[in-house]
Design a protein around this ligand. Structure first.
Ligand code: ADP
Ligand code: ASP
Ligand code: MG
Length: 419
């Protein structure tokens, strides 16, 4: 008998019928003799709908982050209660808990808090008493008792962190595709399903936009060596194992391709060249929790330099406001920004030691007549920021150039009705 954490995403519990199907799947696992801890997300598009609702109330004003968390955590609470009822109706014992009832503590940041500690006694006691334990994903509590959320897609992180805390034998992430693919199977129909992928590669893919796993979930899995499987809640196909080391097929150097449409480019023009200037700029951005990604210096003329960086699209206005505020102090000339961009990235362990990987990426993009606005590389990834318009063509072309296309119709997924 083993202890399993099973996580079900929003589309897997999108309506009452799906919720009942998930309950059946859990009960099957239980009746195989396993102890099951379930993490579940808000139903279907609930989180987006709640955000829309708050936008209607706020008429463009920025809502208080605390109240936003109070609002968004309700989505997951609906799910846990309904799922628990559905399991009762199948004749099994189940109990639902919020994040805070499950002892999930986070730092005191609203909107994208990190888990700092899990005290799982209540969860463990409930398992001991024979319950299926159902935990609300994406939420936690600060030491001061404030409710927090873990960032969009954060239920994956609840699941993996909980699996580490209760020393589960396995953490299964059930979603609407049957594993991790070489790229988003909804964009490239000939994407190949990966039997396995290393933590490091998965972490890069997740950080670079592959929504199939929340980046922090992969971080946890790596740090605590959690056995992690991504699989479909709609089929019984074998999923993808995410593990320390994964075998790479002969002749293939790129494991996967990710894209992120959520990028903006901000340029700071005419920054006087003095020591400490850049530190001041980026400290000011960090103070308001703005994540900065690729940074480039694009030229020095007459003792002043231009800088560009990319940031999350949602943080663009906040970044422009902050920069405008410190413009006088730093003495730069102007701040501009660009949207309608996409960051396309290739990921593969050891690809840097293979000559020609970068050249291929540049050639594929330029053959499509697209210019590259920013580039960044590390040992196992390379990213180009380009015009968003021809995204599908770029990903398809890269996928085929790196020999990733499969000729079979590989994608067996769930519903296509969400996007
Ligand atoms: P859930 O609601 O179950 O958490 P998500 O929408 O967060 O599901 O993640 C699953 C989605 O991730 C898939 O529907 C797919 O479109 C997308 N995705 C992006 N990149 C990949 C990839 N490399 N492999 C599999 N799915 C991917
Ligand atoms: N419901 C949250 C979201 O939509 C968390 C999750 O689905 O993982 O982002
Ligand atoms: Mg998700």
């Amino acid at each position: 008998m083993s202890l399993i954490v099973m996580k079900f995403g929003g589309s897997s519990v999108g309506d009452a019928e799906r919720m009942k199907r998930v309950a059946k799947r859990i009960v099957e696992r239980k009746r195989e003799g396993h102890s099951c801890v379930i993490v579940v997300s808000a139903m279907g598009d609930t989180t987006d709908d709640l955000i829309d609702l708050s936008n209607q109330i706020n008429d463009g004003a920025l809502p208080a982050a605390r109240e936003m968390d109070m609002l968004l955590t309700t989505g997951e609470q609906v799910s846990v209660a309904l799922l628990s009822m559905a399991i009762h109706n199948l004749g099994e014992q189940a109990v639902s808990f919020t994040g805070w009832q499950s002892g999930i503590y986070t730092e005191a940041v609203h909107g994208k808090a990190r888990i700092t500690d899990i005290q799982p006694e209540r969860v463990l006691n409930a398992i001991e008493q024979g319950n299926v334990v159902i935990v609300a994903g994406f939420q936690g509590m600060t030491q001061e008792g404030e409710i927090t959320t873990l960032g969009r897609g954060g239920s994956d992180t609840t699941a993996v962190a909980l699996a580490a805390a209760i020393k589960a034998d396995l953490c299964e992430i059930y979603t609407d595709v049957d594993g991790v693919y070489s790229t988003d199977p909804r964009i490239v129909k000939v994407a190949r399903k990966l039997n396995e992928i290393s933590y490091d590669e998965m972490l890069e893919l997740a950080n670079l936009g592959a929504a199939v796993l929340h980046p922090r979930a992969v971080e946890y899995a790596k740090n605590y060596n959690v056995t992690l499987v991504v699989r479909s809640s709609f089929t019984y196909n074998e999923g993808t194992n995410v593990k320390e080391e994964a075998v790479m097929e002969q002749g293939i150097v790129v494991r996967g391709i990710a894209y992120d449409k959520n990028v903006a480019r901000v340029s700071i023009l005419g920054v006087p060249e003095k020591p400490g200037q850049l530190a001041k700029v980026f400290l000011a951005l960090a103070d308001v929790q703005i994540d900065v990604d690729i940074i480039v210096q694009s030229g020095v003329i007459n003792g002043s330099a231009d800088f560009s960086f990319t940031t999350n699209l949602n943080d663009r206005e906040k970044a422009l406001d902050v920069l405008e505020r410190i413009r006088g102090e730093i003495g730069f000339r102007e701040v501009t920004s660009e949207v309608n961009l996409v960051k396309v990235s290739i990921v593969g362990a050891g690809m840097v030691s293979t000559p020609g990987v970068a050249a291929t990426m540049f050639k594929v993009i330029s053959d499509l007549g697209i210019s590259i606005s920013l580039v960044s590389t590390s040992e196992i990834k390379m990213s180009c920021v380009i015009d968003a318009a021809p995204l599908q063509d770029v990903i398809r072309a890269l996928h085929s150039a790196y020999g990733l296309d499969t000729t079979e119709q590989a994608f067996v997924g769930g519903p296509q009705d969400r996007r």
